[in-house]
Write a new protein. Structure first.
Length: 515
């Protein structure tokens, strides 16, 4: 007992370190260098910069160092060295980053997520050169302006994406498939590829569409791998922007008058130089957004058709979702889920170079087939043993599969999408089918066709008599889209009956559902 008391007193006499620096990771990219400090608990920090020479000093209160700073893998041109220095306060730690130039750092903590614990993130931005560097690519064959395809490998760097049972990282699969896809596009006369990232580093979601815009991309293809909380779901799918997200983004763009000229070209310049007219600007932005989404839907159908030849499909028609990377109003954008990395069989496939080649080839053929059948969208594309495509005699696309609806023509793009959209499960997992008002579940119709359908207004379909409805208490894992699909009712109907302000529902919330 006396020995235990002596040990406890001796421990109390030592400095108390509530936190510990476990490791340091450096992620250089064309836009910035991100330095990540892995901590044992939430960091308590201060930081400041010094010049002559340029340095960033970070004080970590109540922390000690358990990392080997001499063995940090550092390929950054900006960070010369990371070292420890004498702290001002006892029981604290001072970290110094020796820099090659003066910067304005952005420092923020991150809570545990995925394979990572508590972190302190240090973003060191370069001068404005990232988007320009990303937009550079090799010259291509063909005459005139090539079709520019922006390829966005999902996640990267500090963001690993989903992780499979075999520890396969989504960010590595997406980069590999994207690199193979870019090589195929660059070899095709009249086409060239632009990558939003070329290595294992993170690119901000808003920056990805900016890179595509600065490269004057005709199409943005974001490559991902799906995941679910169990290993059952499998199959590839393709996603396009939902109506609700499009409307929210429209409002945001209307507030950014300086961006309208960039989005609308000459029309935007005329609007900027004339008297402010928000209605006119909204009309042109609406037309631009509708045109982009209609083209994105057409491309997604072609990609799905090609991918169905080499992979199992999770959904045979394009799905709609509120995804940040798809929000560019002026660039047709699609997101390709190559398969479920949470499924044992598909994870094994996704990790192989041969299957990645097949996926890249399928995505490429879908894109190429779209532009071959729409020669007015870009230069003429020809295949081996195939005559050149001319505007007066477009190549006919393959027959539409049963239960699919013909794609909208270019002159129909001013119509709007149906109000209801599918959503993903709350844990970011498997896609959930949508149920559109006035149509059956499963097939999502193109915007213009769905908009022309005649059906009674939602408010007249059934009286809002809650005494004749099912009283449902929301449980963990449930979403509005799943409940709508289960009970055969549209999400818009559930929103109206329950007077919901959004489509997000909470555990324990009471919902009334028509029988």
């Amino acid at each position: 007992m006396r020995l235990i008391l002596v040990v406890m007193l001796s421990l109390l006499a030592l400095p108390s370190y509530a936190n510990q620096l476990k490791s340091v990771r450096v992620w250089p990219s064309p836009d910035n260098t991100r330095v990540v400090l892995d901590m044992s608990s939430a960091p308590n920090f201060n930081y400041f910069t010094l010049s002559g020479p340029s340095r960033l000093v970070i004080d970590l209160k109540g922390a000690s160092n358990a990392a080997n700073l001499a063995r940090i893998e550092n390929k950054s041109e900006l960070v010369r060295k990371i070292r420890e220095s004498t702290p001002l306060e006892k029981g604290s730690m001072r970290l110094v980053l020796d820099l090659s130039s003066t910067i304005k750092p952005v420092v923020f903590p991150l809570a545990p997520a995925g394979p990572y614990g508590h972190r302190l993130v240090i973003d060191l931005p370069y001068e404005e050169r990232g988007a320009a560097a990303a937009a550079q690519s090799a010259p291509v064959g063909g005459h005139g302006k090539p079709i520019v395809i922006a390829i966005d490998p999902g996640h990267g760097g500090e963001d690993p994406g989903s992780i499979g049972p075999r520890r396969t990282y989504e960010k590595r699969v997406t980069l590999s498939v994207s690199q193979k896809l870019a090589a195929l596009i660059d070899r095709e006369p009249g086409m060239r590829a632009v990558m939003t990232r070329r290595g294992d580093y993170f690119v901000d979601l808003n920056k990805r569409s900016e890179i595509a815009r600065k490269a004057k991309a005709d199409l943005l293809v974001s490559v991902h791998a799906d995941s679910f909380h169990n290993s059952t779901p499998r199959g590839a799918s393709v996603w396009v922007l939902s109506t609700n997200r499009a409307n929210r983004e429209m409002g945001s763009w209307l507030e950014k008058q300086e961006k309208q000229g960039e989005l609308l070209g000459g029309v935007g310049k005329v609007l900027a130089e004339s008297d402010p007219n928000p209605y006119l600007a909204q009309t042109f932005l609406d037309l631009s957004m509708d045109k982009s989404r209609a083209e994105g839907y057409d491309v997604s159908r072609q990609i799905l058709r090609s991918m169905g030849k080499v992979a199992r499909l999770h959904k045979k028609a394009p799905e709609h979702a509120s995804l940040a990377v798809l929000k560019a109003p002026d660039i047709p954008s699609v997101l390709v889920e190559t398969g479920f990395i949470s499924n044992h069989a598909e994870e094994k496939l996704l990790a192989t170079a041969s299957y990645q080649d097949q996926l890249a080839r399928a995505i490429f053929e879908g894109i190429r087939n779209y532009y071959r059948s729409h020669p007015t969208k870009g230069p003429m594309l020809t295949g081996k043993g195939q005559k050149a495509v001319v505007a007066s005699q477009p190549v006919q696309s393959q027959p539409v599969q049963k239960k699919q609806v013909a794609a909208p023509q270019q002159q129909q793009v001013v119509n709007r999408m149906p109000a209801t959209v599918p959503s993903r499960s709350s844990d970011g997992g498997a896609p959930v089918s949508s149920v559109s008002s006035g149509s059956g579940a499963g097939v999502i119709k193109p915007y213009s066709v769905a908009a022309k359908e005649t059906s009674a207004p939602v408010s007249t379909v059934q009286a809002n008599d809650k005494s004749k409805m099912i009283r449902h208490v929301v449980t963990r894992g449930q979403s509005l889209s799943r409940l709508a699909e289960k009970h055969g009712v549209s999400q818009a109907r559930l929103v109206e009956i329950n007077k919901l302000k959004s489509r997000d529902i909470q555990i324990g919330q009471v919902l009334y559902i028509p029988q």
